[in-house]
Design a protein around this ligand. Structure first.
Ligand code: NAD
Ligand code: GLY
Length: 359
């Protein structure tokens, strides 16, 4: 097991990464001291892993809330159901919420923990690759509103994160690839040598080699942790983590959030960010080809739906990243370094959108 710490003064917490963490009975018992635990999971993940978690926790009062599976259930109505269970069982401020699942369960359970009695502790046991490298770390919690994704939420850091690489064995291939897109994002935005390591180790990651996965998760969490430590509430630098997301958001929104997984859309978004950076003179054509090749080898798409550049631009404008009427973008200075800007040549954006989304 490897452990790294997110250093946030009295809200610091460890992220534990490795194979078989959920089977190590003493691990969760030692980390989780609460007597009352609300285990939040969903109908896909709970039958696979809830027993192992219960066993690891030992003798406590553990109440389960098993949610239906799907992003559409990351809602205030579902959060309301979870509050009902906490209240019906008279859980106090010393109770703990344990999120067992992907980003949907983690975001919702974290949101409930942030609000219940003005904030109680929670622990993340992420079970998708995306959740292990992104959503379980950094304390963004939220539910969706019909008016937009993640519109209702809070910053509330978990007490501890347990990323067991063994649980990834049951993850569908497409979900594994979606997580790989976020991992490629970290290499592109912060660490060229990690990007090169991914180029060399993509076959091992696709075969779910535990050591390769553990390294990729560790380095990704380390990069995210360092950024969150400097800018917990996204006043500036944390927005670097949105590399590829504003372009990806246009794909997700235009296709009704059902045809494309978030990570798949981010993958194509990374390619658009690289391509626009080339137009601005920062990257070479060979760099852009390397990004495309790595995405392909990760099992991701490299072409966008043909919705037209104007429609794509409209969707980008209704994303949360507009400031002073201009869409702020995360672009690359080179492979391994990114910057945030609203100050770019419109022609470069227009021609990038035309190339990928059609005229
Ligand atoms: P998800 O939670 O919907 O999980 C994807 C699918 O995999 C689901 O069907 C789930 O039941 C299933 N699953 C989970 N673990 C499994 C396992 N081990 N074996 C088999 N099936 C398994 O999707 P996700 O990609 O994990 O998360 C997406 C959510 O995360 C979105 O709501 C997004 O907004 C949020 N998110 C939040 C942050 C953040 O910083 N808080 C960052 C990125 C994404
Ligand atoms: N997923 C981006 C962030 O946590 O800031």
């Amino acid at each position: 097991m490897q452990t790294l710490t997110v250093e946030l003064a009295d809200r610091s917490y460890p992220i534990n990464i490795g194979a078989g963490l959920l089977r190590q009975e003493s691990l969760l018992q030692a980390a989780v001291l609460a007597r009352d635990i609300l285990l939040v999971s969903n109908t896909t993940v709970a039958p696979l892993y809830a027993d192992a978690v219960r066993q690891s926790l030992g003798d406590r009062r553990i109440i389960d809330v098993i949610l239906p599976d799907g992003e559409q259930h990351k809602s205030l109505a579902t959060a309301g159901r979870v509050f009902d269970v906490l209240i019906a069982n008279r859980f106090g401020r010393d109770a703990l919420v344990l999120a067992l699942g992907g980003g949907v369960v983690g975001d919702l359970a974290g949101f409930v923990a942030a609000c219940y009695q003005r904030g109680i502790d929670y622990v993340q046991v992420p079970t998708t690759l995306l959740a292990q490298v992104d959503s379980s770390v950094g304390g963004k919690t939220a539910v969706n509103h019909p008016g937009g994704k993640n519109l209702i939420g809070a910053f509330h850091q978990p007490r501890e994160v347990f990323a067991d690489t063994d649980v990834l064995a049951t993850l569908p291939d497409s979900e594994l690839s979606a997580g790989l897109a976020e991992i490629i994002k970290y290499g592109l935005l912060a660490d060229r040598s990690f990007f090169e390591w991914l180029e060399a180790n993509m076959p091992a990651l696709r075969r779910r080699d535990p050591q390769a996965l553990a390294h990729a998760i560790y380095r990704s969490c380390q990069i995210k942790a360092q950024i969150v430590e400097r800018d917990e509430r996204e006043q500036g630098e944390r927005a670097l983590l949105n590399l590829g997301h504003t372009f990806g958001h246009a794909i997700e929104a235009a296709t009704g959030y059902v045809e494309w997984l978030h990570g798949e859309a981010v993958g194509v978004g990374l390619l658009l960010a690289a391509s626009m950076s080339q137009r601005l003179g920062a990257l070479s054509a060979a760099d852009v080809r390397r990004v495309a090749a790595l995405l392909e080898r990760a099992g991701l798409r490299t072409s966008a739906p043909q919705i037209g550049a104007a429609t794509a631009a409209d969707y980008m404008r209704i994303d949360k990243k507009v400031q002073g009427g201009r869409v702020r973008l995360v672009l690359l200075t080179h492979l391994g370094e990114a910057y945030i800007t609203g100050d770019y040549a419109d022609a470069a954006l227009r021609s990038t959108l035309q190339e990928y989304f059609g005229a």
